[in-house]
Design a protein around this ligand. Sequence first.
Ligand code: 13P
Length: 252
Amino acid sequence: MRRPLIAGNWKMNLGRSEAIALATKVAAGVRRDDVDVAVYPPAIWVTDAADHVVGSNIIVGAQNCSPHERGAYTGEISAWQIAEVASSVLIGHSERRHKLGETDNVVRSKIDAALAAGITPVFCVGETPNVRNRTGEYVPYVMEQVRSSMSERSYDEITRMVVAYEPVWAIGTGVAATPADAQEMTAAIRLAIDGIAPGAGERVRILYGGSVTPANAAELLAQPDVDGALVGGASLNAADFLAIVEAAPRRI
Ligand code: 13P
């Protein structure tokens, strides 16, 4: 049985004391021991957040890593550097793909770096509104995104990854995918993963992200192939984020 994972992507929000306060409240407020909870603060506060969740089971991660290991890459942070203070990293978020020009190739190299460093890559995929409007194309489009970064990897590597389906049209818009839409795509992603490494599809957790709130979380998380949520805006408020954690179905 896949353990639900509720993850908060804080994006480029919060000052240092706000980040510490939020991490502290989340760590103190989780009531479920059958759900994994993760937070992804801005890189500069990752260590602070990690220091303030010690003693809890909260997973702390970074929002991005370099595909390179070390060297002359001003401003970049490598996966092994993240591994010294945190255990996970978001890779290929749509804001990085579309606002910062990150390509499938770069995304793939970053996953390589995260796996080599021993941290969990949360690999983000999702279609733009344009692709969504082309009936019959959006499912194959996302399946191809999955294949481009997950193919030619071992079963062991694939099962160390988490995938997050975040349709671009649902991110920060207040218009979440319907539970049926989220189920359709997460099931297709699982099929694509299974096609790469037979048996891995059942094991990999696939999250849904895009305008998840306490009001819509239970219905989205009840879908059989939705194993959790990647939450943006609502993760900046401890009460809202904790309510989403509570909304995870009791599966184990
Ligand atoms: P919102 O929850 O604000 O729509 O953001 C989703 C997201 O991008 C999480 O990574």
